[in-house]
Design a protein around this ligand. Structure first.
Ligand SMILES: Nc1ncnc2c1ncn2[C@@H]1O[C@H](COP(=O)(O)OP(=O)(O)OP(=O)(O)O)[C@@H](O)[C@H]1O
Length: 626
């Protein structure tokens, strides 16, 4: 295989993914019932604009809410998602493009260049053409690159050996355990690429932050990326705690006071020449509003055209002034944090001594080349035993698009290219052991601080079997807890399992556990929606496995949903999803499921045996009527 062959395959995957995204959007645009369209999780309708302002580069920042400030329904519109805003009362309105720039439980903010038409709006997740264009451009460059990028490409693709220097001596800033220290030295010894494998709770982010600190201490500049804005913010939070000169480019998903001062928007805003830009922006907003009014007659259309032209010119001036401020802010930072979808216009010709990609196993291969192009050396961190990247096109997924570059390197190069962190600081040992044996060759070690911690150690929690036993499986086999298909939907739910989960939650609350210490995790969105509609405890989180990756809670209740006489388990057969679910709890994990459906699969048969051996297996019959 040549680089041409490799990038040809990636290009084909991107084309398939584009087709799948467009087909999905077209399907949603045909649905007119609010319930149907919103249950896809990719569209919000019947929205009102509650506020607007002008942001960086003259973009409009528009806030949308539901009538009466109602919470937004469960949705997959994340900060950074490309969207289309259109008129909800006019099915023919094609709408305008934007990007989600902020999200709260009842507000969604979109950054856009134009003012949308209408008075009630719908927001649709849209095919991500901009990202695909950027990825294709980066791949085209990488394919023909020579010198530094050519060498790195060839090492990544297996055309030349991956090189390391001797392990350096390091004076560590943070208190790292020996495997973490070893991983930092290893990462610093990479001449091409090194991988940090971080199983759940093993301090991957802590370790990466130290790698970045050490690189900066040697006078290097670092680009720190991750596939989602949330993951970038997690890393940013760690970095700003240990070094001053860190810059966040893009839309932060979380707006912490401590992080805000590091965003490009704020730093540019604090620059003295931005005062002038502010006046120009006000004028721009004025022009855009005037131009968006319905034109009357020919004169009206002519005037509208003029206003748009004037606005365009003004936006150009704002951009060039801002660009010079932006460049000076970027040039003077040691570390730049951004998602892997890099805004090439903002980062123009910046190259970095070290590029770190966190959550690299959530990155498709086309999505890493923008970052690779800017790297002298690369560090990938993640866990290929947890969820792979999301790919919409079944054909692309079957062809291999879910295999990340990190996973393919680990499989090709073996131990020589990675170091695994093995001491974990989250789970009681009994919660950890099954995952450790199945996914990490039995190498995980629970740190003494968590090894035998239990729920009853928490203040005000009453000691009982519920609060001292770390794991439990409640078997619904034979009790007719049948799964169902969500009405009008594709997703699955299990109402009786939901009943049992609610009952268990009340037992925890009665035992003195706080709602914010509990999470319910389900593999299916329909079960999440059902439980959310039935529980009025805003502090208690209910989410899908995919939505909960990277998080932890003291107590986690898992509702497995699948229960049928065909032993059909759908996407539970991707055991990496179950690995994520099983490794979120710190002190107590209860799984509710149907052993008759699950146990026909080897993985679940050994999981059930693990519960049995730990004396943690119960039948739902013990609970009487649910
Ligand atoms: N060497 C250490 N000594 C003590 N505590 C540590 C150490 N390393 C990490 N921790 C703690 O372990 C917890 C998990 O760390 P961190 O968030 O870095 O893990 P992670 O592997 O990135 O997590 P995830 O599973 O979400 O990927 C944090 O509370 C952190 O403070």
């Amino acid at each position: 295989m040549t680089p041409e062959d490799y990038f040809g395959v990636l290009e084909h995957w991107l084309a398939l993914e584009g087709e799948a995204e467009r087909a999905r959007m077209a399907l949603r645009r045909q649905m007119r019932s609010q319930r149907d369209v919103e249950s896809t999780g990719e569209t919000l309708v019947s929205l009102q604009m509650s506020d607007h302002k002008t942001g960086l580069a003259g973009r409009l920042l528009l806030d949308f809410v539901k009538p009466h400030g109602d919470p937004l329904p469960m949705n997959r519109l994340k900060v950074g998602s490309p969207v289309v805003i259109s008129d909800w009362s006019d099915a023919s309105d094609e709408g305008i493009a934007g990007v989600v720039s902020r999200r709260k439980h009842n507000t969604i903010q979109v950054a856009t260049e134009q003012w949308p038409a209408g008075s009630t709006f719908r927001i649709d997740l849209s095919p991500d053409e901009t990202t695909r264009r950027r990825q294709l451009a980066a791949m085209a460059k990488a394919q023909v690159a020579t010198a530094r990028t050519g060498r790195l490409r060839d090492a990544l693709l297996g055309f030349r050996p991956i090189r390391f220097t001797d392990l350096p001596d390091v004076r560590f800033l943070t208190d790292l355990n020996p495997p973490q220290q070893d991983a930092v030295r290893f990462a610093l010894s990479a001449q091409d690429v090194a991988i940090l494998h971080g199983p759940p709770g093993t301090g991957k982010t802590t370790t990466i932050a130290e790698v970045i600190y050490q690189a900066v201490a040697r006078g290097e500049r670092v680009l720190a990326c991750a596939p989602s804005n949330t993951a970038v913010d997690n890393l940013l939070e760690r970095l700003v705690a240990i070094m001053p000169n860190v810059l966040r480019v893009g839309h932060p998903a979380r707006v912490f006071e401590s992080l805000r001062g590091h965003t490009l928007d704020e730093l540019v805003d604090a620059d003295p020449s931005t005062e002038v830009v502010r006046d120009m922006r006000r004028e721009l907003e004025h022009l855009m509003r005037a131009a968006s009014k319905k034109p009357r007659g020919r004169e009206g259309f002519r005037r509208k055209g003029e206003l748009y032209a004037e606005a365009g010119q003004l936006r150009g001036q704002i951009r060039s002034l801002e660009r010079s401020v932006i460049r000076s802010v970027i040039d003077s930072s040691d570390v730049v944090c951004t998602t892997t979808t890099i805004d090439d216009e903002l980062l123009y010709d910046q190259d970095f001594d070290l590029v770190v990609i966190d959550e690299a196993c959530q990155c498709t291969q086309p999505s890493v080349w923008q970052a690779v192009l800017r790297a002298e050396r690369l560090v990938l961190a993640g866990d290929h035993c947890q969820l792979p990247p999301t790919v919409l096109s079944d054909e692309a997924a079957r062809a291999g698009m879910k295999e990340s570059l990190m996973q393919s390197l680990v499989e090709r190069e073996g131990d020589s290219v990675f170091r695994r962190l093995v001491v974990q600081y989250r789970m009681n040992e009994t919660i950890m052991n099954f995952s450790s044996e199945e996914f990490y060759d039995g190498t995980l070690i629970a740190d003494a601080s968590v090894r035998s911690h239990q729920l009853s150690d928490l203040p005000e929690v009453i000691e009982s079997e519920l609060t001292t036993q770390p794991i439990e499986f409640i078997d619904t086999a034979g009790a007719e807890f049948d799964e169902a298909l969500e009405p009008d939907g594709q997703s699955k739910l299990n109402p009786k399992e939901a009943n049992l989960i609610i009952r268990l939650i009340h037992e925890f609350l009665d035992a003195g556990v706080q709602p914010e210490q509990i999470a319910v995790i389900a593999p299916y969105a329909a079960q999440v929606r059902l439980l959310r509609s039935r529980l009025e405890l805003p502090e208690l989180e209910i989410d899908t496995v995919d939505g909960f990756q990277g998080r932890e809670k003291e107590v986690v209740l898992l509702t497995m949903v699948r229960s049928n006489d065909r032993a059909e388990i759908g996407f539970l057969s991707d055991t990496r999803r179950t690995n994520v679910a099983l490794t979120r709890a710190r002190r107590k994990m209860i799984m509710v499921g149907d052993s008759a459906t699950l146990a026909s699969h080897d993985f679940y048969a050994s999981l059930l045996k693990y519960f049995e051996d730990a004396d943690a297996y119960k039948s739902v019959w013990q609970y009487g009527d649910v």
